[in-house]
Design a protein around this ligand. Structure first.
Ligand code: AMP
Length: 192
């Protein structure tokens, strides 16, 4: 299996690009944000708990998201996928460590981390813009967006250092046309 992590701050285009990459390379797309929103939609206990954090722009507790991705590797194999593209996970070093343990169990590993680089001003602009159509409450309020970026800086950026120690991180310019960024990601994926 060729498993990758699509990394980057909120609004860097991870969701858009992951959806294109999964089709192009026959990957299972795992977005913990989408999984959580699905739980909220269903009105499950997990969703109700997660919503309180998401509405404030805070990260959901590690145990909750780690529990949600446990079956990913079996699903990918059952569906004949070439690997998994993780989008929005892992977001803390504890999640990265849990993912390592799970992969060891499943006899697989992370091939690389593709990291989208976008400056802060562009991020806020994009998220507010997305909020006009996405219906996501955490995309509409500037204080919540600032909180999400703050959570990213303090808790998620250290995840890049965690993988950089094994020389697994490739940075890709995340500003430009969707297609140019996609081409750059495809090349980086193939080079891994
Ligand atoms: P996203 O759709 O990836 O932007 O995620 C939306 C929100 O879901 C985040 O702001 C967090 O509150 C929560 N979330 C998604 N993925 C994770 C994760 N891996 N760890 C903790 N919280 C997460």
């Amino acid at each position: 299996m060729k498993n990758i992590i699509l990394f980057g701050p909120p609004g860097s285009g991870k969701g858009t690009q992951a959806a294109m990459l999964k089709d192009h390379f026959n990957l299972l797309h795992i977005s913990t944000g989408d999984l959580l929103r699905e739980e909220i939609r269903k009105g499950s206990v997990l969703g109700t708990e997660a919503k309180q954090y998401m509405d404030r722009g805070e990260l959901v507790p590690d145990a909750v998201v780690i529990g949600m991705i446990g079956g990913s590797f079996d699903t990918a194999r059952e569906e004949g996928k070439e690997g998994i593209i993780f989008d929005g996970f892992p977001r803390t070093v504890a999640q990265a460590e849990a993912l390592d343990r799970l992969m060891e169990d499943k006899d697989t590993s992370i091939a690389g981390v593709l990291s989208l680089v976008v400056d802060e001003e562009e991020l806020t602009k994009r998220i507010l813009n997305r909020g006009l159509t996405s219906g996501r409450s955490d995309d509409s309020d500037e204080a919540t967006i600032r909180n999400r970026v703050q959570e990213y800086r303090t808790k998620t950026e250290p995840v890049a250092s965690y993988y950089a120690a094994n020389d697994k991180v490739r940075e890709i310019e995340g500003v430009g046309s969707i297609d140019d960024i996609f081409q750059a990601l495809c090349k980086a994926f193939e080079d891994l």
